[in-house]
Design a protein around this ligand. Sequence first.
Ligand code: AMP
Ligand code: GLY
Length: 464
Amino acid sequence: MLKDWCHCASLQLGCTHVSVNYIRPLLTHYFGLFLKLNYFIMNVLVLGSGAREHALSHKISQSAKCDKLFIASGNGGTGGLAQNVSLNIEDASEVGAFVKANSIDIVVVGPEAPLVAGIHDGLKADLALANLVVVGPRKAAAELEGSKDFAKEFMMRHKIPTAAYQTFTKEKLEDGEAFLDTLDAPYVLKADGLAAGKGVLIIEDLDEAKEELKNMLVDAKFGDASSRVVIEEFLAGIEFSIFALTDGKGGYALLPEAKDYKRIGEGDTGLNTGGMGAVSPVPFFDEALRERTVREIIEPTIQGLVKDNLPYQGFIFFGLINTTKGPKVIEYNVRMGDPETEVVIPRLESDIVDLFIAMHNGTLDQMEVLVNPQTAATVMAVSGGYPGWYEKGKVIEGLRRFEGTTVYHAGTKPGEQIITSGGRVMAFTSFGVDKEEALAKSYAALKEVNFDGMNYRRDIGFDL
Ligand code: AMP
Ligand code: GLY
């Protein structure tokens, strides 16, 4: 009871803009134990193991309010700033037990899968964790990413601009084919559920589109995820991404925008990947486009969540496209993007733990978000063969601290020598007065690092 009251009181205080940095040494001297018990100094657990989680952990570790930082499971780069722990991050009882045993105050959920599986609800089902700050929506709200049809219905309900669409099941295959007949090429087919980023097909030929529709619905091309398929109008334009942290009460903090580069090949060619690089800010996201995006997309989304009673405290990722008819939503994600996080979060100058506390208290509207005006660019080094088959276990040579470049690890494993363990291996992030300067630093650092088969795109930001 006392602990609950204290926790609550400290969270309230945490968002009053009293700079704890100034008074903390004094308070610590007189009330050291009291502070510890009352979560002025907080223990944080980050769930995930990619460069996104490395970048989030890096920012959290810079907060004066962060005491112990854990990451599950982390990677070869996170061990230096957090304690890597092995947990099944989709298992709420396993994560909950760790939270209790280590007096964790804040859990930051990196990837979508635990959110869509209901990790937030699972943790909060334990009354002992009623005051835990969880960054990431509850299961019902995570459907914005977990089901494309759910997201589309949400956008229709709240008049949020997006591509025209219809959803089909295998019983309605013929209706789906007839709908394709009414559309112009290219045809956009989307598996309704999570399909590890592979569930969207963009097809030029009508017969092939019909064949793929059948493969998805009848032959379960993406398993259960394609038991429903969203067919939508193709939108032409340039894509960009916006990120917000929302408190579930209509308040939100807008984070810097970014543009990512998804294709494996230079000039945006070849297969889709998880992301080969990113740049922030996005030059064409000018004041007029910002104002329109906020008015037509961001605010109706944040308010729509409240109206629909969808409990959402966490990051929202708006995947947008700037068309001749204005910005439209391509997709929502219920998490930060990767590699966008590796440019968005380093630009954030506000204390991220303060933002999490304000999120928890429902006071994000009162927070000022401070952003570094410089350009951040990141370039991803990937394994040879990725996004197809690739070898793991390659020794990474030449890694060191680079002046002006931060290396965020993704698919790396700690050990005497750091080795590769995934397709996307490391993101090289740098700042500059413009993207050219930022990218020159990242590419210079990349030249010093090597592993057998290493590949990266030499043209990140080429279209900006
Ligand atoms: P999604 O998983 O929904 O983000 O789709 C993956 C990618 O497919 C997007 O980043 C776009 O490049 C593309 N895409 C999705 N929907 C559309 C659309 N309606 N029109 C044009 N491109 C699209
Ligand atoms: N970079 C796109 C994503 O994180 O989904």
